[in-house]
Design a protein around this ligand. Sequence first.
Ligand code: NAX
Length: 328
Amino acid sequence: GKSPVTVTVTGAAGQIGYALLFRIASGQMLGADTPVRLNLLEIPQGVAAAEGTAMELDDCAFPLLTGIDVYDDARAAFDGANVALLVGARPRGPGMERADLLEANGGIFKPQGEAINAGAADDVRVLVVGNPANTNALIAASNAPDVPKSRFTAMTRLDHNRALAQVARRAGVSVADVRRVSIWGNHSASQYPDVFHADVAGRPGAELAEDRAWLLDEFVPTVAKRGAAIIDARGSSSAASAANAAVDHVHDWVLGTPDGDWTSAGIWSDGSYGAPEGIMASFPVTSDGQEWSVVQGLEINDVSRERIDASMAELADEREAVRALGLI
Ligand code: NAX
């Protein structure tokens, strides 16, 4: 059979980690014919809990899971990694300014980028989930000079899936009949979920968008603020849906996006659609199983343009902030 793929997961003892690891080990991320080895990275205080999760993974007797190791050292955890899921991050604490948050996360993502540079497999694919995901991905990529920038990504797939669900609900169709929504910009409240190019059970998404009150007062804010709504309702942040999105992202990257559809991912900007180059920005993308490509040639109207530009500008500001901190 195939040789095992080494998957490193950081923040393995956290709530997303707990929802994610079992799905990876069961074959849902890389396919039912691909064995996986798991490397779990935690901070020292998280190691015991990660070891407990590793015991439970053993107890699932997943046929595809060939081994699990728990580490508190990034160099060891990323050694030989083919897929790296960077979930662990520093949350915003009370009274923390944005610069403090970026600096605290720089203390995590700079050494992790260096560790990936030092020891990950040549074909490594990195997905940053931990927030602020786009800028954390920028920090990691910038500190891994020998790894192509195209191997670093930030997760906006949860936003994408949220947009699919909201469009399906609005149109009264199955989510399986909605294609080609897009998330542009930052995984933050400034993100722009775009329905104009969608296919909604054979009808153009632009038809739904004709109701500008729905578009701008319901759809866009519901998607952009969904994380906060989940916290209000559940008492803790999205975990299973975030894990699901990470599985979807890597699945589509490795196995390719379906013909006639696309997804959304934060990737190294090449300047497409007027975005600044060299930020980690979300675009509509396809994968051929190797690399992400931005979907080209979409017509961007004024409603979308203003919002895409604003979210891209926020990412450029975050880049300047981490540059000033010496993190990139
Ligand atoms: P938890 O606080 O439950 O878990 C985080 C885990 O990371 C903890 O176990 C902690 O010990 C560990 N950790 C901290 N620093 C680490 C380091 N340097 N190396 C290894 N492990 C480390 O958070 P959880 O709910 O799992 O969320 C994880 C991250 O995902 C957060 O930053 C969160 O904001 C982010 N999210 C991103 C989403 C996205 O769409 N991009 C959506 C969901 C989620 O909000």
